[in-house]
Structure formats: structure tokens, C-alpha cells
Design a protein around this ligand. Sequence first.
Ligand code: GLA
Length: 344
Amino acid sequence: MVASAPGRVNLIGEHTDYNGGDVLPIAIAQRTTVAIAPANESVAVSAQQPLLGRFSVAHLAPERRWWDYVGGVAAAFQDSGYEITDFQIAVVSDVPVGAGLSSSAALETATAFALARLFGHDIPPQRLALLGTRAEREFVGVASGIMDQQASALGAAHQAVHIRCDTGAYEHVPFDDAVLIFDTGVRRALADSAFNDRRAECQAALTHLRSLRPSLPSLAAADLDLLREAHLPPPLDRRARHVVTEMARVRAVVDALRVGSTLPGEALFASHESLRVDYECSSPELDAFVARARQTDGITGARLTGAGWGGCAIAVGNPRALATLDDGWITHAAAGARIEHSHV
Ligand code: GLA
């Protein structure tokens, strides 16, 4: 069974997913492809330097290596009652690893699609993506939100995916602009970064706010009036302000795209500023790129994308202007996960 799944960039809605907010990612052209067969079958895989692995489903345990993303999905299948047997896997990918383009989500999502089809489980794409998220959280140990795997599973050509992470409801909105991806080259292991700290800070902010408004469903559902009234201690005040203002920016961008406008780039610059100052998850390399983009004629918006602290930034605008920001490459919204080839 051969399945593939793409990486993603998030157009806007950063650090909102695990706060019950909205996100607006696109799938990118770079993909991860997995070939999976039952362990006892003799198979040949032809590819340049695939990663190879064998999984004994009775002995799945994290080992802090790339195969944890596969083992984690297998464990999530089992824990959810989807029976699978021992299997072997070959993986090839052109999604840059550790760059904030969700190479891990691409691997998890491709694995989930292939395992489901191989072992005869009829599971909808959004649920397969959640099995990938579960692998990330429970097996790999990163308290990430749901965005990356959802983007990889639900992406579509010429469309961005607007996901409401409180309910899981999603819609595709037309988006065909060129997006420049700039890789700072600064690599960051998500598990070791401040990501889990930010998540804890957001939880603490929510607890404070609930002492004023017990019915508040999530941090993303708060508003600026409530934040003013609450006098949250720093840095919780800034973290909460980022989440609340970012929500408004996502909604504004989605409204513009729904009526067929190009992406209002100013919202991207504002998002970056909020991530830099309030969420404190930028880096000098990301800031330098966004500053350069701001000074370039024809560039309408730029921001860091993904968790931050390194990784990638994006810029939008006139394609000729994007090309003058010489580093990086252009992507358009690409197709999501799919079965490539089936022998079953
Ligand atoms: C990482 C996580 C996502 C999301 C982003 C920040 O990519 O995996 O779930 O939280 O950071 O928006």
C-alpha cells in the first residue's frame, strides 16, 4: 500500500489551534510517501535511499528516532481499536525535516492513510489526521495542536483549509496566490523547544480568565475587554493578547478570501509582530526576513509560519517581487494526503 501526504504552511492563525481557535493552512507541494506491507511478505522497494523500518505491534515504544512517528500512529490505531498486524515500511520524502513545514505530520498522515487501507479500516480523512495528532502527543511527547495533520490530510489544490479547532469543523476557501517559503536553516526539535512552555502559559491564562468568566470555553474565545478586566500577570497577558488578536486576523483573512480577494497581506505582517512581541516565538533570522520583505516593493505580507523559534517564514505578493527575495521557493496550495497505489 503506497500513500503520500504533504507538508504544510500556515497562512495565518499561529498558536491558536491548541487554544480552541482557528487556523488557515495550505498543503505544500513537498510530500512524504510511504510504502507499507505486512511484515511476513517479501517485497522489493525501488527508491533512492528510502528510510526502512519494521514494526512489531506488540512491542511499540518510543525510541526518540524518526520511526516514532510511524510507531506512534500504529499505537494510536491499536489504542483506538483498529486492529493491525506487524508491518514493514519504506519512506521517501522531499519535505525538509525540522524546518517547521510539518515533515512529521506528513509522515504520520501518510502512515495513517496507508495503514487504514492496508488493514481494511474505513476511516474518514479527518479522523486519520487525529490519529496522527495522537501519535505526536502521546507517543512522541509534543503537546501540539491538531493543525498540521489536518492540513496534510485535508489540503486541496487552489484552496486553503479554514479549520475551527474548537469543533473540528472545516471549510475550503479559494486560495491560489503564490507563497514564497523561506527556510532560515535554523533547526529546532519541537519537543525540546519552548512550545510546551507556551502551551502551559496559555492554560494558566485560561484558568485566570475563567475565575472572571467561568463559562469561557477556550482562550481563543476571550476578547480584549475581558483581558483588560482580568489584569493577567506578565507574560500571560501578552500570550493571551496574541491569541485573541490572532483570531480576529484569521477571521478577517477568511472573509476576504471567501469573496475572492487576494490575501490581505497586512494581516500577515501584524501576525508576525504579535508573534515576535507578545508570543516571543520569533528569531533574529525570521525577523530579518520579514523586515526585508516589508521593504520590498510588491510584497504585501510576510510572517513566520509554524511554531517559530527558527524554521520557516512565508511572504505573499506579486510573484515577480517574491522572486527578488532570492532565498526560498514558491509554492501554491497543493493536494492533501492520498492513496497512490494499492495492491490489496
Ligand atoms: C506547531 C504545532 C501546531 C501549531 C503550530 C503553531 O506546528 O504542531 O499544532 O500549534 O506549531 O501554530
